[in-house]
Every structure is written in structure tokens, then in C-alpha cells.
Design a binder for this molecule. Structure first.
Ligand SMILES: NC(=O)c1ccc[n+]([C@@H]2O[C@H](COP(=O)([O-])OP(=O)(O)OC[C@H]3O[C@@H](n4cnc5c(N)ncnc54)[C@H](OP(=O)(O)O)[C@@H]3O)[C@@H](O)[C@H]2O)c1
Length: 242
């Protein structure tokens, strides 16, 4: 069975993807900072698949080492999903008021940590011709007041994905994706709109057909949105298995 590392897997999009891959029997390495919620999910998914839940912060080098080690324990790595992310302060401040320490923290979680995890796992991914999905946002390419810190971090993450694709072109089996899921009804989205009703936003599960199609069909490396024509699945049509 293939193996995936998914960061930020205890809630939102990460949880939805982990659940879908568990149903397919994938070996999973999952993380999140809050151990209780992660371990509850691990109990649930562990009934159907082999799984390591590794509580910790992606920003911590020792934690990242444990994630890579857990993946190695499965004998190989086919998929890394850098999904864990921070929005920064809530409510979202204008850039004129974003502290240097706050911006540094955003960049550390959203850019430095994903690259460091890629560096640690690249030998294993190269061996299988695996896939890296860096979860992006439309804030990487559009400019919304208050979203500058998070948006510039996601733009940097997009840049890393595209550069990694060119730097590793000698291994054409590898795939490097930036994936923009669009608005989802999650904790992070609520933090961006504190006190507002976000019940009109779609559930993270609605993004799964597009994300699974990316993982299954492995189109050329690049930046994809969940509504990209290449990823459009008609209603009820299952994504094609790899
Ligand atoms: N929701 C949206 O509308 C939206 C739109 C565009 C893009 N995105 C992107 O989609 C991805 C998933 O977002 P989401 O809305 O699904 O988030 P979410 O529901 O808030 O879930 C975030 C997950 O990441 C974990 N996490 C957060 N910081 C972490 C860290 N430093 N180390 C390890 N785990 C961490 C959280 O658990 P703990 O808190 O316990 O660590 C949780 O499991 C993110 O990359 C986000 O930028 C979201």
C-alpha cells in the first residue's frame, strides 16, 4: 500500500484527506499540535489502515524528523501533503500593523517548515517517484486587506513548489503541486472572519474529489485550484485509482 505524510491532519482539509486515504487502505503518518484530537482520529482511522499519529508542531525540527522516521518505518513514501498552516493574528491586521515577530512566525510555519519537511523526505519521495502537495490559497495570488502576511507566505510556498519542480526535473516521475482548495468552513476560516457566520462556505470534504484526482491522475506539476477544469469530476464520479 502507498504511504502518505499529511500535516495538520486532525481537522479541516487534512482530516478529510486522511479519512479518504484511510478508506483506500493507505499507510498514513499524521500530525497536529493538539494530541487529544489527533489521537481520537488515529483511533478511528486505525481500525481500517496502518497509521502513525505524531503530535507536534511542524515548525519544530525534532518533530519533523519524527515524521520522516515514521514514514521510513512504512518502507517508502509516495505522498507528502504540507497542509498545516497558520493565518497569523486574528482579527487579520493590516500590514502596517503586522509585527516583525508575527510575520516571522507565519513564514516559519507556512514556508520554512514545509520546505524543511520536503528536504527531509525528498530521498524517499525520489525513490518512489512520489507527489508533494503544498496547500496554497487564493491569498497567494490576490491581494485582500489584512491577508498580506498569510498571503505572502502562501506566495512563497507556491514559489518553492515551482522551483523544486524545475530543480528536480531529472526525476520526471516526481510531481510538485500547489493546491488552492478555495474557501472551506473550518476553524482557520472562522479565525479569518471572527464572529461572522461562515455557514455558507463549503465543507472541506467538498474539495476531496479535486484533490484525489490530483493525487490519482498526477497531471503535470504546477499550481491547481480545486475548480481547475483538469480536476473537475462530474457529480458522483469516483476519482480514478492510481
Ligand atoms: N479554510 C479555508 O477557507 C482555506 C482556504 C484556502 C486555503 N486553505 C489552506 O488549507 C489548509 C488547511 O486549512 P483548514 O482550513 O483545513 O485548517 P483547519 O481546519 O484550521 O485545520 C488545521 C489543521 O492543522 C493543524 N495545525 C495547525 N498548525 C499546525 C502546526 N504548526 N503544526 C502541526 N499541525 C498544525 C491543526 O491542528 P492543531 O491546531 O491541533 O495543531 C489542524 O489539524 C491550510 O494550508 C490553509 O492555509 C484554507
Amino acid at each position: 500500500m502507498p504511504t502518505a505524510v499529511i500535516t495538520g491532519a486532525s481537522a479541516g482539509l487534512g482530516r478529510a484527506l486522511a479519512t479518504a486515504l484511510a478508506e483506500r487502505g493507505w499507510n498514513l503518518v499524521l500530525d497536529a499540535r493538539r494530541a487529544d484530537r489527533l489521537l481520537r482520529l488515529a483511533d478511528e482511522l486505525g481500525r481500517t489502515t496502518r497509521l502513525h499519529a505524531v503530535p507536534g508542531d511542524v515548525g519544530d525540527p525534532e518533530h519533523r524528523r519524527r515524521l520522516a522516521e515514521a514514514a521510513a518505518g512504512f518502507g517508502g513514501l509516495d505522498l507528502l501533503v504540507n497542509n498545516a498552516s497558520t493565518l497569523g493574528p486574528s482579527p487579520l491586521p493590516p500590514l502596517a500593523e503586522l509585527g516583525a515577530d508575527q510575520l516571522t512566525a507565519i513564514l516559519h510555519t507556512n514556508v520554512v517548515a514545509p520546505l524543511a519537511l520536503i528536504q527531509l523526505t525528498l530521498p524517499a519521495l525520489a525513490a518512489t517517484g512520489g507527489t508533494v502537495v503544498n496547500v496554497s490559497s487564493d491569498a497567494a495570488v490576490a491581494h485582500y486587506p489584512g491577508w498580506g502576511g498569510y498571503g505572502c507566505a502562501k506566495a512563497a510556498l507556491d514559489h518553492l513548489s515551482a522551483t523544486l519542480a524545475t530543480e528536480n526535473a531529472e526525476n520526471p516521475r516526481l510531481r510538485w503541486y500547489s493546491f488552492d482548495p478555495g474557501d472551506m468552513r473550518t476553524e482557520m476560516h472562522q479565525a479569518a472572519f471572527p464572529g461572522e457566520d461562515i455557514s455558507d462556505r463549503p465543507e472541506p470534504e467538498s474539495v476531496l474529489p479535486a484533490l484525489l484526482r490530483l493525487i490519482d491522475e498526477r497531471p503535470p506539476s504546477g499550481r491547481y485550484t480545486s475548480t481547475a477544469p483538469e480536476l473537475a469530476a462530474s457529480v458522483g464520479e469516483p476519482a480514478v485509482a492510481r
